[in-house]
Ligand binder design. Sequence first.
Ligand SMILES: C[S@@+](CC[C@H](N)C(=O)[O-])C[C@H]1O[C@@H](n2cnc3c(N)ncnc32)[C@H](O)[C@@H]1O
Length: 267
Amino acid sequence: MRPAVAAFDAIAPIFDRHFGAWQSVAAQRRAVRQALLREFPKYGHILELGGGTGEDAAFLASAGYRVLLTDPSPTMVALAKDKLRPFGARTAVATGEELEDFAAHYLSTGRSLFDGAFSNFASLNCVLDLGPVARGLAQLLKPGAPAMLVLYGTFCPGEMLTEVLHKRPDQALRRRKRGPLPARMAKHDFPIVYHRRAELKRAFAPWFVLEKQLGIGVTVPPCAAEPWISQKQRLLGVMETFDRMISRPLALFGDHVLYQFRRTSWQ
Ligand SMILES: C[S@@+](CC[C@H](N)C(=O)[O-])C[C@H]1O[C@@H](n2cnc3c(N)ncnc32)[C@H](O)[C@@H]1O
């Protein structure tokens, strides 16, 4: 198991209880889901990468989409499987790095291509080289299908402010650093990369064009502001309203950024 996968596998049993209680996470999820519903064709066949315990897959499946959730953590996938059973959605253990092999196997079984794909809340920041993800998605998506990828933003004033207020100034500029950086969770050390927009574009060309970016959590703060911000419902409501207005022009200041790619028809 890759170190990042081992870390997420270890926290899988408490993932929903822990993050589900945080209102900033709920607000950011609402923004992502709104974008997914806008871009995915109704009742379409949707692939999720790094889907964790299946929160978003369950949301889409309950809205009538046919969803296949993938995640490399066996415990995450087992939890997602239980959550998705009532909706008939499917699950598979798969890493982003091995998406080409996954695609080859999936297509060899004669299954149909997907109408859209997505990945929420920085799963792809655990993938150091996005090349295999791009090539795998290129095989799996129909021409014209959207790939909605939510990664960490690389310039997040909300996090900078929170880290300074928490007297952790060394963390304030963390996302400006390039290349793999150390992360730690549940006593597991693992590398993550804050992928830049230009790197993403390069990895996904020529099979995808980047249509637009949306800031997810521009004024809605990052996790670092929890649990404080969850007790400020009114303030958070105002921030969410602001985010709806500024998520396009100030996209690159988001805690997360939703990169909306579209599968081209010429490669
Ligand atoms: C922060 S969680 C997000 C889960 C889910 N997308 C959500 O919104 O709740 C990150 C997820 O990325 C998965 N992950 C870790 N390494 C990965 C990799 N190499 N490829 C794909 N997913 C990975 C983890 O297992 C975990 O479920």
